[in-house]
Design a protein around this ligand. Structure first.
Ligand code: C2E
Ligand code: CA
Ligand code: CA
Ligand code: CA
Length: 275
């Protein structure tokens, strides 16, 4: 063993324990943070290109800890997916979204549909959708105001194909909408379109980061055209430039979500700007 190798290992061990310590800490904080309402819903508008208005929003969680500051989903979602805490978090976020929609409806404002992200961990629990439906009912929210975003990768698990199909069927039966998130981030995404009855596809950000070539543009245009034929709505994600917005407008993508219009923002700010 060289000195360098030993050093690298020491560094590795060290950062690994650091990481484990941090994860342990976040784990321990979860319950009290739920109680103290430290998890906040941020909303990012989805702009319909035909009207230039926010006609939808995605709920994205932010953990705002009094001492640690803002913690982003990438730092805790994977962790909470491993230990199952993600399900209680998703229910919490969903409840906040229902409360928000109720406030919009009650104040006579024009409410817009909101989508929430659903972790695959929920599938392990039989009949979990009923729980979501009960919450929506409690707040008297028409289920059509709520869309569940399912990330593409869950559709690839062959063992889950029928589970996912059945779940989408149940969602629709309960009146909820369903979108296929991160579409195109994996291989053979096209097959998913024919197999699963989703209302919307969200074209993954990776499509748009490398858009220099004509070929890339043509692929997106074809996907939009195909979606129209299949009567599936399209949302382009992670759009950061005017040029891209104009291109998407030209090929008739339905909606755009991205920093070019707004980052995810707190609910109060969202209401001021869009409701
Ligand atoms: P996602 O569902 O694909 O959400 C879109 C992510 O892209 C968000 O990151 C959003 O802030 C970011 N984004 C939006 N527009 C742009 C843009 O123009 N440029 C760039 N570079 N990024 C943009 P965020 O909020 O950090 O969330 C990351 C992921 O964490 C989400 O990816 C989602 O998979 C997961 N997540 C967030 N909230 C929840 C939740 O409440 N429940 C569950 N299960 N997962 C969640
Ligand atoms: Ca999403
Ligand atoms: Ca996405
Ligand atoms: Ca993503």
């Amino acid at each position: 063993q060289t000195a360098e190798h030993r050093e690298k290992c020491a560094f590795y061990d060290n950062s690994l324990t650091e990481r484990m310590k941090m994860e342990q800490e976040l784990n321990d904080l979860f319950d009290s943070s739920i109680k103290n309402h430290d998890f906040k819903v941020y909303l990012q508008p989805k702009i319909r290109l035909e009207t230039n208005r926010a006609e939808g929003a995605e709920a994205l969680v932010r953990w705002i800890h009094p001492e640690k500051g803002v913690i982003y989903p990438s730092d805790f979602i994977p962790l909470f997916e491993m230990n199952g805490k993600i399900c209680s978090l998703d229910f919490y976020i969903f409840t906040q979204v229902c409360q928000t929609l109720r406030a919009w409806i009650a104040s006579g404002k024009n409410p817009i549909p909101v989508s929430v992200n659903l972790s695959r961990q929920h599938f392990l629990e039989h009949n979990f959708l009923k729980k979501f439906a009960d919450i929506a009912k409690e707040y008297e929210i028409p289920p059509g105001m709520i869309e569940f975003e399912l990330t593409e990768s869950i559709f690839f698990d062959n063992r889950q194909i029928n589970v996912v199909k059945e779940m989408i069927r149940q969602m629709h039966q309960l009146g909820f909408l369903c979108s296929l998130d991160d579409f195109g981030s994996g291989f053979s995404s096209l097959g998913l379109l024919k197999e699963f009855d989703v209302d919307t596809i969200k074209l993954d950000r990776s499509f748009f980061v490398n858009m220099a070539g004509e070929k890339a543009k043509d692929v997106i245009a074809c996907l939009i055209e195909l979606s129209k034929k299949l009567k599936v709505h399209t949302v382009a994600e992670g759009i950061e430039t005017d040029e891209m917005v104009e291109y998407l407008r030209m090929i008739k993508c339905d909606m755009v979500q991205g920093y070019i219009f707004s980052r995810p923002i707190p609910i109060s700010e969202f209401e001021e700007r869009y409701i």
